[in-house]
Ligand binder design. Structure first.
Ligand code: ADP
Ligand code: AMP
Length: 212
């Protein structure tokens, strides 16, 4: 299964990717996590990406396309993967096609802008493995500590209400059009994001099993 998860920031892509990745035994490629790791390690890519990310802007397509091309060539991607947060622009989607990267299914997690802000202010992420939690809807077993790796949870710098609002504008301006792009290719399925996490997982799994 080669799956793309689309959706606004805060729709639940990372949360669902983590669950589905375990169920299907395929890796998640989260461009956001890869970029945050690059920033933490002070790499050239990280330095280039940081100013865009802090402002809630998209990182240039060439940076993203290079990162994903390299990552998908790793052996663990041979039997499938989940792309979380990529593509975010039409040129990124076109680059996947041009590189012969076949996608089986694109699931868009649908959620109204009004719900997003409450989600983002309660989001806590693992500074080491990138796992995503919510202080009310999906709290970790021990407050402030990642269930998966035991590291400290942090608030993302771009989860302030002002930056979240800008990221939503960017989503509507640049990313939402991908739904039409993949609908034309017969790959798109829509799933309701404003429901309990396990219900959204059930609907995504159903969308993966459905026929064209
Ligand atoms: P994305 O990767 O799409 O930006 P996340 O998966 O990080 O979104 O989810 C954003 C926030 O919303 C996190 O705090 C997460 O725990 C919470 N969340 C995810 N799915 C749900 C849901 N179905 N109901 C309530 N909160 C959710
Ligand atoms: P995310 O973790 O998916 O919410 O991404 C966080 C930030 O990383 C975004 O607001 C962008 O600045 C950047 N980013 C992640 N993925 C992409 C992408 N595919 N294209 C451009 N920018 C991206």
């Amino acid at each position: 299964m080669r799956l793309i998860l689309l959706g606004a920031p805060g729709a639940g892509k990372g949360t669902q990717a983590e669950i589905i990745s375990k169920r299907l035994h395929i890796p998640t490629i989260s461009t956001g996590n890869i970029l945050r790791e690059a920033i933490k390690n002070g790499t050239e890519t990280g330095l280039r990406a940081k100013s865009f990310m802090d402002k809630g802007m998209l990182v240039p397509d060439d940076v993203i396309i290079g990162i994903v091309r390299e990552r998908l060539a790793e052996p663990d991607c041979a039997d499938g993967y989940i792309l979380d947060g990529m593509p975010r622009t039409i040129p990124q989607a076109e680059a996947l096609l041009e590189q012969g990267i076949e996608i089986d299914r694109v699931v868009s997690i649908e959620i109204a802008d009004e719900v997003i802000e409450a989600r983002m202010t309660g989001r806590r992420v693992c500074g080491t493995c990138g796992a995503s939690y919510h202080i009310v809807a999906n709290p970790p077993k021990t407050e402030g500590i990642c269930n998966a790796c035991g590291s400290e949870l942090v608030i993302r710098k771009d989860d302030t209400p002002e930056t979240v609002r800008h990221r939503l504008e960017v989503y509507h301006a640049e990313t939402e059009a991908l739904k039409g792009f993949y609908a034309k290719l017969g790959k798109l399925r829509l799933v309701e994001g404003n429901q309990p996490i396990e219900d959204a997982t059930r609907d995504i799994m159903a969308a993966l099993g459905g026929s064209e």
